[in-house]
Design a protein around this ligand. Structure first.
Ligand SMILES: NC(=O)c1ccc[n+]([C@@H]2O[C@H](COP(=O)([O-])OP(=O)(O)OC[C@H]3O[C@@H](n4cnc5c(N)ncnc54)[C@H](OP(=O)(O)O)[C@@H]3O)[C@@H](O)[C@H]2O)c1
Length: 339
């Protein structure tokens, strides 16, 4: 009889549909690794995926989550990595270097490919990276999507230079990584949040200026004042059209807006005139390649950087972890321990 493992699986959309199932432990083929998963982390995308708001035509059953860390349990023929090495699958299989390409979007973990919320997974050796030794499994599991997206924006795309002004919207997974990388790059940091407590935590981590976007709904005016009417050099934009017009008013002529998320909506009237009149760069960012991931890991290792993990849930509590993400109460990342 073949060995079995536990996986979190959904057969139809909805957080209540996420259930533990027994599945066979897969066997690695040539060039593939069997990874014993240790931890996963949640991204907003995973919540959209499980609730049917990402791709209503998603093929099911599906194991959610793009991000995770595990230890190589066994290797297929021709692999050079060894058992016992700690690795993370990359977000989009086959995207190893260079710009993104259409086909890779069909090979992302957590939809349409099964994700990391299972005890074992088989991944091609070419589609994993080694993770920094100093990190716990949970902290390392925060890196593949949120960490890499912030890195890709600020370093691979930017780059943000010392002394430049960086505006970061919100205090979720991507945004807190942006705060950490922005600080390491020597930027002057402005952080917005809907919570004063979270703003205080951002200050403790090195943010120079804080804006509460709830008590200050016209926060672009605060940015204007804080920058002496000049605007910021870079913006980590996770709100989408709900915040983009304010971001356009907050960036200086010739500055960059990294369009990463759509938390505040996908459709709204938008005046784009300042974008062309002020030579503003609106740069879409999609996670990053394996090479970018390896670059980021080197920086995380050198600086012994610690991803901010808000809370760790057990594997059995995975649905609760998703509910917590949905509540928006978190600061940084939400992780799940897999054992
Ligand atoms: N393009 C990519 O490759 C990529 C990669 C990762 C994520 N994303 C996207 O980026 C977004 C953030 O992802 P995440 O995983 O970091 O999410 P997350 O951890 O759930 O972060 C959510 C946080 O965003 C802030 N927020 C929500 N609405 C806001 C608004 N109107 N204005 C300013 N801040 C707001 C809130 O911060 P406060 O509680 O402090 O107010 C909230 O806690 C999502 O849309 C996600 O799909 C895209």
């Amino acid at each position: 009889m073949s060995a079995t493992q536990k996986a979190q699986v959904f057969h139809s959309f909805g957080l209540n549909e996420l259930k533990i199932e027994e599945r066979p432990v897969p066997t690695p083929g040539s060039g593939e690794l069997l990874i014993r998963m240790k931890a996963a982390s949640l991204n907003y995308r995973d919540l959209l995926m499980v609730t049917g708001n990402y791709n209503p035509k998603l093929k099911m059953p599906m194991v959610p989550c793009s991000d995770g860390v595990g230890v190589i349990e066994s290797v297929g023929q021709g692999c050079s990595m060894k058992e016992g090495v700690r690795v993370s699958p990359i977000f989009a299989r086959t995207w190893h270097d260079g710009p993104p390409f259409r086909e890779m979007l069909k090979r992302t973990h957590g939809g349409p490919l099964d994700g990391t919320l299972q005890q074992y997974m088989v991944v091609p050796e070419a589609d994993v990276v080694q993770v920094p030794d100093h990190l716990s499994d949970e902290a390392a599991a925060a890196l593949p999507c949120a960490g890499l997206t912030a890195w890709s924006a600020l370093v691979e795309r930017g780059p943000v230079r010392p002394g430049e002004k960086l505006l970061i919207l919100g205090t979720g997974g991507v945004s807190i990584f942006a705060l950490q990388f922005g600080k390491a790059l020597g930027a002057e940091l402005i952080v917005t949040s809907g919570s004063d407590d979270k703003l205080q935590r951002a200050r403790d981590m090195g943010a120079h200026h804080l804006i509460n976007y709830r008590s200050s709904p016209n926060w672009e005016r605060d940015v204007y004042k804080l920058t002496g009417g000049q605007g910021v050099d870079h913006i980590v934009e996770v709100g989408g059209v709900g915040t983009l017009e304010k971001s356009i008013r907050s960036v200086k002529p010739g500055g960059s807006i990294y369009l990463i998320g759509v938390l505040a909506g996908k459709e709204a009237p938008l005046d784009l005139t300042p974008v062309l009149m002020q030579d503003i760069r609106i740069q879409g960012v999609v996670v990053g390649s394996r090479r970018a991931f390896e670059n980021m890991n080197r920086a995380v290792d050198v600086h012994k950087m610690e991803p901010v993990v808000d809370r760790v849930f057990s594997f059995d509590e995975s649905a609760k972890a998703f509910e917590y993400l949905k509540s928006g109460s978190h600061f940084g990342k939400i992780c799940i321990k897999i054992d």
